[in-house]
Design a protein around this ligand. Structure first.
Ligand code: BYC
Ligand code: FE
Ligand code: FE
Length: 477
């Protein structure tokens, strides 16, 4: 069933109406979600009409419908890519056996944990971004922010559906807990590191959607290989939404670089209200490195178990030469506290986090190359680089040690001396806060620190009213 039924209270293509108990449970969760959205979703814009796209079908063409809606009226629902009844598990210990449409008892806790961890990141990102509307550089950008936010809300629905449908009472409890943890809260933080980092300026937002949402792409790809078929089908559809989030990030950073390049020709960038290249590099270094941490440890028994069990595969598992993961090893470079390096040979299964991270690194590398082409087209000499994967790590074998952006071992003293050159520092945060003090809300206008995009959304012109403010809004004319 590819089409989505919007006459239902909870839009879905999973025939929810045929399972009354599940439908009731989700309808009980719905008001709690909406309450969370009011409290922790975009602050101050809930009554405005945003030009959003909504899924109308999970088919390849035409799943998007655009129109002005108030965010709380967005039709969050449950969409799965259609299944293949004969699908087989194609990696790990159960290779060649039929994919599961129920949770296998022996993997129940593991699967729940994966789903909860995935689910936790979605509301976390909305919380991190909740005040950014007030400093949006244009209506176009404000609309993109809110589009990302409502879709992350939908990703939460996707995981909550799985918890409710397949995990009984503890699934329902986990679904409640997903609305209770808070990004950055010392007592009840979100599960993964990057999702507790403040994201209070638009340079951070664009780096986050470039690098952190891209971790989402790779984690979702690995889960879309899962032998647990409902997880594979739900993550498959989430991936189609993810593409827009990364588009927002990549083009956002690119437009900052273009603006900076143009300003640099006229003198000091900062004095002219632009964002210096070095500051962009420090933001890239920060968000890229905290996103690398999201792949977990290089040597991980969890990763080995997930792969062996057939719960989480590699990127494009079908294209791998061998699917048991038992016949190969992985060479991992390790460092002693004095900086001596040794190479350890790991069974491949234990290195699955690192294998996925490597695919991610290659993808990030392409993004940076494309930014550099944009810089070249502007006729400037500055080039961005990705820091080494050992740089500024808090998870895995490089955590607790220090490396420079080239990956060379440095002492703690050296790190202390240089870190403000390498990652966003307090001065950068002040500068950005001073540049971004208010939203630019006149259609077609853009803040001075960013270039306009080449075209609008859904074929609309740049001066389209992407956000229509309600009459009581401080932004209404
Ligand atoms: N921060 O064996 P290890 C997205 C924990 S993003 C804090 O090395 P494992 C999105 C780990 O939990 C995609 N803790 O790692 C993007 C474990 O804890 P326990 C999200 C961390 O388990 C933008 C311990 O360290 N999806 O969708 O193999 C906007 C040792 O773990 C971190 C997923 O993550 C960290 N960075 O792998 C919106 C997919 N890293 O057991 C949305 C589901 C590790 O000692 N999750 N730890 O208590 C997973 O597959 C795995 O949980 C991980 C970790 C890959 C995250
Ligand atoms: Fe997401
Ligand atoms: Fe996303």
């Amino acid at each position: 069933m590819a089409n989505i039924d919007y006459s239902e209270k909870i839009p879905n293509n999973v025939d929810l109406a045929s399972d009354r108990k599940l439908q009731r449970a989700l309808e009980e969760w719905q008001p709690n979600f909406l309450q969370w959205w009011q409290e922790m979703g975009p602050d101050g814009f809930q009554q405005d009409q945003i030009y959003l796209r909504t899924a109308v079908s999970v088919d390849r063409d035409g799943w998007a419908h655009f129109g002005h809606v108030k965010m709380p009226d967005y039709r969050w629902g449950i969409f799965l890519t259609p299944g293949d009844e004969n699908r087989l598990i194609h990696f790990g210990d159960h290779l060649g056996t039929k994919a599961w449409d129920q949770v296998p008892g022996e993997y129940r806790n593991m699967l729940r944990r994966i789903i909860v961890t995935q689910g936790d990141t979605e509301p976390a990102s909305v919380e991190q971004q909740r005040r950014l509307g007030h400093t949006a550089p244009s209506l176009y950008d404000m609309r993109n922010l809110f589009q990302v936010n409502v879709e992350e809300g939908r990703h939460l629905w996707a995981m909550v559906y799985l918890l409710h449908k397949y995990f009984g009472r503890d699934g329902r409890e986990e679904a409640e807990a997903l609305l209770e943890r808070r990004s950055g809260d010392p007592d009840s933080p979100r599960i993964l590191g990057a999702f507790n980092e403040p994201c209070t300026d638009w340079l951070s937002f664009f780096c986050f959607t470039t690098f952190t949402d891209r971790d989402g792409k790779y984690q979702l790809r690995a889960l879309s290989e899962s032998g647990f078929d409902p997880l594979a089908r739900t993550t498959e559809f989430m991936l189609t939404e993810e593409a827009h989030h990364m588009f927002v990030g990549k083009t956002g950073v690119e437009r900052i670089l273009q603006r900076t390049a143009r300003l640099a020709k006229g003198g000091d960038v900062l004095n002219q209200g632009g964002i210096p290249f070095e500051m962009v590099q420090r933001a890239v270094n920060f968000w890229y490195s905290v996103s690398l941490d999201l792949f977990g440890g290089e040597d991980s028994s969890n990763a080995a178990t997930f792969f062996g069990a057939g719960l989480k595969g590699r990127d494009r598992e079908m294209e791998q030469a061998e699917h048991s993961g038992l016949n190969e090893t992985f060479k991992l470079e390790k460092f002693a506290p004095d900086g001596t390096m040794t190479v350890e040979e790991l069974p491949l299964r234990r290195a699955m986090n690192e294998v996925l991270r490597e695919a991610y690194v290659k993808d990030c590398d392409k993004v940076v190359k494309s930014w550099n082409r944009a810089l070249e087209a502007e006729g400037t000499d500055f080039r961005l680089t990705l820091p080494h994967k050992r740089f500024h790590r808090a998870q895995g074998v490089y955590a607790g040690l220090h490396f420079d952006p080239q990956g060379r071992f440095v002492t703690p003293d050296e790190w202390e001396k240089r870190k403000d050159d390498w990652i966003v520092n307090d001065r950068d945060r002040d500068v950005l806060a001073n540049l971004m003090t208010e939203a630019v809300v006149k259609p077609g206008e853009f803040a001075g620190w960013i270039a306009p995009p080449p075209r609008g959304i859904d074929g609309q012109p740049l001066d389209f009213e992407y956000v229509k403010f309600h009459s009581g809004s401080p932004y209404a004319e």
